[in-house]
Design a protein around this ligand. Structure first.
Ligand code: NAI
Length: 338
């Protein structure tokens, strides 16, 4: 509409040449899927992170709007928006860390695996871009099913000859965040004081909280163990049902994603003792990928920790987790190999 476009134009100020400013120290971070339910609050929280100097926001829709909005926040990071496949290279070039929440979320009644057909292709395309434009970046993969999308990403990077298992991390932080919250609730503690290792993968029974290793040391009744294990495994579904068709966890996920990305950046900076759970290439079990605690350093997941002592309940849970996880991993690998 001519009047509309005139009105819009009159709102846009002519760009003014800004006084040169040396590049601020810090890391360059790209968010792929930045206009989505997770992407938007994630972009906002990243803009608030003092370790970030440049923030690239990429999506196939609405990236300019989210970018304009976020760019008005008076924090250090410089924000740039990128819209659609032709701008993917610009979004990725020079990045230190790429966070990927692109893809469709669940609706009630769906499993994470039901998202495979759509999200597998999205993750493949985005990882091809990473292999080409920023092969040394750390990748934080959020898109579900994480148990399959991480193997997909690994195969794409192998094909491109850029694969470094230390730099590819599936984000399972939300499971840890939930576990800390629910356990703290049962124990009557501040969740910030609680540390619950969650291992395995990121779907249903593959989410395995190790309640025998909770810090501070504590003990649970059999009922508490069953309640907590189930609530942590079904935490995502609890949100999907409450949102009743409007998507899955976005705000707590954005919080968890930034908590994890911040740990990766502190590792990149060279901080000592940065340890978080993540779904990575692993020799802890016979499966090629598995989530456990990892130590984050300058080159990514520099050390993958063993499971530690498990009790009988956890050993049984581990067998269930491995069975489903193995199938999801294989499905991801076959998607690229076939
Ligand atoms: P959403 O639908 O609100 O947002 C997804 C965004 O991705 C949209 O803005 C969409 O335009 C964008 N997108 C689609 N195709 C794209 C492409 N080819 N390139 C770039 N961007 C593209 O979904 P939401 O709620 O943000 O969830 C995103 C993903 O995160 C889902 O797969 C969901 O299952 C997953 N998730 C993972 C969790 C985890 O713990 N790892 C927790 C919660 C969700």
């Amino acid at each position: 509409h001519p009047q509309n476009s005139q009105m819009e134009e009159s709102c846009v100020l002519k760009p003014l040449e800004c006084r040169a400013k040396g590049g601020a120290p810090g890391f360059k971070v790209a968010i792929l899927g930045a206009a989505g339910g997770i992407g938007q609050p994630l972009a906002m929280l990243m803009k608030m992170n003092p370790l970030v100097s440049v923030l690239h926001l990429y999506d196939v829709v609405n990236a300019p709007g989210v970018t304009a909005d976020i760019s008005h926040m008076d924090t250090g990071a410089v924000v740039r928006g990128f819209l659609g496949q032709p701008q993917l290279e610009g979004a990725l070039t020079g990045m230190d860390l790429v966070v990927i929440p692109a893809g469709v979320p669940r609706k009630p009644g769906m499993t994470r695996d039901d998202l495979f057909n759509i999200n597998a292709g999205i993750v493949r395309t985005l990882c091809e871009g990473i292999a080409k434009c920023c092969p040394n970046a750390i990748v934080n993969l959020i898109s579900n099913p994480v148990n399959s999308t991480v193997p997909i990403a690994a195969e794409v990077f192998k094909k491109a000859g850029t694969y470094d298992p230390k730099r590819l991390l599936g984000v399972t932080m939300l499971d840890v965040v939930r576990a800390n919250t629910f356990v703290a609730e049962v124990l009557g503690l501040d969740p910030r004081e609680v540390d619950v290792p969650v291992v395995g993968g990121h779907a249903g029974v593959t989410i395995l909280p190790l309640l025998s290793q909770v810090k501070p040391p504590c003990s649970f009744t059999k009922e508490e163990v069953e309640y907590l294990t189930k609530r942590i495994q079904d935490g995502g579904t609890e949100v999907v049902q409450a949102k009743a068709g409007a998507g899955s966890a976005t705000l707590s996920m954005a919080y968890a994603a930034v908590k994890f990305a911040d740990a990766c950046l502190r590792g990149l900076r060279g901080d000592a003792g940065v340890i978080e759970c993540a779904f990575v290439a692993s020799e802890v079990t016979e499966l090629p990928f598995f989530a456990t605690k990892v130590r984050l350093g300058r080159s990514g997941a520099e050390e993958v920790y063993q499971l530690g002592p498990l009790n009988e309940y956890e050993r049984i849970g581990l067998e269930h987790a491995k069975k489903e996880l193995g199938e999801s991993i294989q499905k991801g690998i076959s998607f690229i190999k076939k």
